[in-house]
Design a protein around this ligand. Structure first.
Ligand code: 8YV
Length: 310
């Protein structure tokens, strides 16, 4: 008999198809309370994504649960502690998306500093014949601060180094294997850089880590890029800072209440907004899908999990 899975995210069609072939899949959005209660004793796995929420309460409701497989590297929406207490494995998809997310952070930085998106609007609106487009901000050779020097942060640093940028970072601990300047907190880092890129873990430990004081320290010419989680930034403070030009601009791929984006940002020309797409290339999403499936398949075939969360 195929193991029963609860699917709590909209997954890529090919992955969902593969899951349907190997598992008895049930979509959380299609289940009412009574049907979930009836299914609960036989649900052995959950398929989720980086934005999913799998709470302690849900884990406690599923006595047969053995594994939660996340299609994504971030698993801040999963109550990993509750999973551990119930001996439930949690897997994710690290490494395969690192390059694409780092590429995208640089793309957002260039787009924001060089005002690529509003320049495109300028041309399309037929404004060019009427005058010059305003000058933009140089990126090469500037000071880049990285909040969270993990796999993705280090890949961003490598790319930025090729632009002759001076690198600094803040994170939970000072790394002994890199030569970049280290600052103990985001505020001090922000005060010492031109651009701040956020690629820290989401979750309670980093909630609103980038607050009004950090934005103030970044200053009116500073740019903020976020490819991590919306929750890492105090979104209200960010909207205020952008409106009042306390910071120079922002490139944002993630938001607090996706897919909702604060409407106040829509009218601002100093922001570039993208729909949580940093890992969204066809090849990387396929690699993430393969890894998500491999983890589930390994578990139910009694093989070691390829990528359990640390
Ligand atoms: C999403 C992400 O998972 O990997 C992560 O943590 O945030 C993304 O790659 C992806 O958008 C699928 O939902």
């Amino acid at each position: 008999m195929k193991p029963s899975l609860l699917v709590v995210a909209r997954l890529p069609d090919a992955l969902q198809h593969q899951l349907n072939t190997h598992f008895d899949c049930h979509h959380a959005t299609q289940l009412d309370e009574a049907s979930l209660a009836a299914l609960a004793p036989r649900l052995r796995g959950i398929a989720a994504n980086g934005e999913s929420s799998v709470t302690r309460a849900l884990i406690a409701r599923l006595p047969a649960l053995e594994i939660i497989a996340v299609f994504g590297v971030g698993y801040d929406g999963i109550d990993v502690e509750a999973a551990r207490e119930h001996a439930v494995h949690v897997t994710h998809t690290p490494d395969v998306l690192t390059d694409d997310v780092a590429d995208f952070a640089i793309a957002l930085l260039l787009a924001t500093a060089r005002r690529v998106v509003s320049a495109d609007r300028f041309v399309r609106r037929g404004q060019w014949p009427a005058g010059q487009y305003p000058l933009s901000t140089r990126v090469s050779g500037k000071r880049l601060g990285i909040v969270g020097l993990g796999r993705i942060g280090q890949a961003i640093a490598q790319r930025a180094a090729a632009f002759g940028m001076h690198l600094a970072y803040t994170g939970r601990s000072r790394k002994t294997d890199v030569s970049y300047a280290w600052f103990p907190d985001p505020q001090t880092l922000a005060a010492n850089v031109d651009f701040l890129v956020v690629c820290a873990y989401g979750g309670p430990t980093t909630r609103a880590l980038i607050d009004a004081r950090v934005l103030q320290a970044l200053g009116p010419n500073g740019l903020l890029i976020n490819v991590a989680r919306g929750s890492v930034i105090d979104e209200t403070a960010l909207v205020n800072a952008l409106r009042e030009n306390t910071i120079g601009g922002a490139g944002l791929d993630v938001f607090c209440h996706e897919p909702q984006v604060p409407a106040a940002l829509f009218d601002l020309d100093n922001v570039v907004l993208t729909p949580h797409m940093a890992s969204g290339t066809a090849s990387t999403r396929q690699a993430m899908a393969d890894l998500t499936f491999d983890n589930l398949d390994a578990h139910f075939s009694g093989r070691p999990l390829p990528t359990p969360v640390p």
